[in-house]
Every structure is written in structure tokens, then in C-alpha cells.
Design a binder for this molecule. Structure first.
Ligand code: SAM
Length: 237
């Protein structure tokens, strides 16, 4: 997968050289390029913003550097992090992970001149995505979050791909609690069943915990869970 990230703060993306994303880059699974938007400015101050038409507080990112930057990186799927975008989900991560070329446009100030997005949409798919119902300083952190969610889905990135199918949000439920050694810690014991070696009962326990957690913490997810995915034992839980 090729990824181009355009930002006025390229240094923000240093964490994308670490851990499994860094390894995916080093092994060629991920061709990730970070670009400084100011490369495409032409004035001595390398200006990327100006006052908003219609008045109001703050500044808006000018269309010219963005237009040139997007022309330079070529066509792909443009992802624009924005609080007015569609909330980003695991299903979106799967869709994006299946694409060959992603371009991320990191807004700052009051955002990017709308014509940049409209112009890009005339020649490539554009997705405006929101991390949640709050406002960040800029799109950089959102891109790091989205890149983490996508990269771990790329074939070959995770050592054990089974963890993808069993984790939260993979199949519309939250994951059951997890434990490791020691068996007893500060007077708290690991549930006996997890130490029983009975794989059938362990699987049932995990399934029950997953259903209970989802129903208790995310009734919206439980309500959306397809009833035909519930077995007889699930219904008792
Ligand atoms: N004036 C904008 C508004 O009210 O919708 C907010 C602009 S925000 C200060 C600057 C940039 O941060 C946005 O262009 C976007 O790239 C990013 N951003 C802020 N909140 C975000 C969120 N919830 N999800 C994704 N990106 C966000």
C-alpha cells in the first residue's frame, strides 16, 4: 500500500517510524511518504492560510498549495480528517486497508478551503472522516490513529492474524476481559475457567463475557448485532 500524508507539521509523524508501522515500512508492506505542504507555496513566508471569506474568527487554509500538493502526489483515495466527516469505524479501516493508494490531507486552523475537497472529488474518491464528536488542533493525530487502525489489517503485519478476528469490533461485539500471569495478584484471581484447559468452556465463557460487556457498555452495538448471529446459548446469556 502507498500512503502520502500532506501536513504543515511533517515532524508530527515521527511515531510512524516506530513499532509495527515502522516494521511494515522497513519490510516494504507500507510505502509511506510524509510531505510538507509548504513545499508548494511560492511566497517568501511560505504562507498556507488566509482570512475567511464572510468574516469570522481564525484562518482558512488556502487552496493553491493544496491543489499543487494533491496534483503532485497523484490520484488515489483522498482521506480528509474533519470533525464534519463520517465517524471512523473498524469497517472503514478494513475498506481503506484494501486500497492501493491513500492520500491524507491534514487540515489546521479553521480547516481547508472547501474548493480543494470539491476539486479533488472531481478526479478521485474523497472521504471526510471524523475521529469523534470533539475538535482537535489539526488532522495529524487523526491520521496517526487511522494509519494504526489500517496498518494492523494489512496482510503480513501482525504475527498472528487470528487476533484480528477475535478482537473488539471485528464482529460487532466487544472483546472479553483478558488475563496473564501471575494467576493471583493483589488478592485478585484469574477466573478459574481460563486455567481449566477446557477449550470448549473457555470459548463459551469468552463469548458470554463479550456479550455481557457489549450489552452493558455499548447497548447501541448490541441493538445493531444481527439476531441470526446469536446461538441458543447466547440467548440465555
Ligand atoms: N473549524 C472546524 C470545525 O468547526 O468543523 C474545525 C477545524 S480544526 C481546529 C482543524 C483541523 O483539525 C481540521 O481541519 C481537521 O483536519 C482536524 N480535526 C479536528 N477535529 C477533528 C476530528 N474530530 N476528527 C478528525 N479531524 C479533526
Amino acid at each position: 500500500m502507498r500512503v502520502d500524508i500532506i501536513s504543515i507539521f511533517p515532524d508530527y509523524f515521527a511515531p510512524l517510524e516506530l513499532s509495527l508501522i515502522g516494521k511494515a515500512r522497513a519490510t516494504g508492506l507500507l510505502d509511506l511518504n510524509v510531505h510538507d505542504l509548504r513545499t508548494w507555496t511560492s511566497d517568501v513566508h511560505r504562507t498556507v492560510d488566509d482570512t475567511p471569506y464572510g468574516g469570522g474568527p481564525g484562518m482558512v487554509m488556502r487552496p493553491e498549495p493544496w491543489g499543487q500538493a494533491l496534483d503532485a502526489v497523484g490520484a488515489g483515495t483522498l482521506v480528509v480528517p474533519s470533525p464534519v466527516g463520517k465517524p471512523f469505524t473498524q469497517a472503514d479501516a478494513y475498506e481503506l486497508a484494501g486500497l492501493d493508494h491513500l492520500i491524507f490531507a491534514c487540515g489546521r486552523y479553521e480547516g481547508i478551503d472547501q474548493r480543494v475537497i470539491d476539486d479533488a472529488a472531481s478526479r478521485m474518491p474523497v472521504r471526510e472522516v471524523s475521529l469523534g464528536d470533539y475538535v482537535l488542533f489539526g488532522g495529524e493525530v487523526a491520521v496517526i490513529v487511522i494509519m494504526e487502525a489500517i496498518t494492523r489489517l494489512l496482510p503480513g503485519v501482525l504475527g498472528n492474524a487470528d487476533s484480528l478476528t477475535e478482537e473488539s469490533h471485528a464482529a460487532g461485539l466487544l472483546e472479553a476481559p483478558v488475563y496473564t500471569k501471575p494467576a493471583s495478584w493483589r488478592g485478585r484471581d484469574v477466573p478459574d475457567i481460563l486455567r481449566s484447559g477446557d477449550h470448549g468452556r473457555i470459548a463459551r465463557w469468552r463469548r458470554d463475557q463479550s456479550l455481557l460487556r457489549t450489552a452493558g457498555r455499548r447497548p447501541d452495538m448490541m441493538a445493531a448485532y444481527p439476531p441470526e448471529h446469536l446461538d441458543k446459548a447466547d440467548r440465555k446469556t
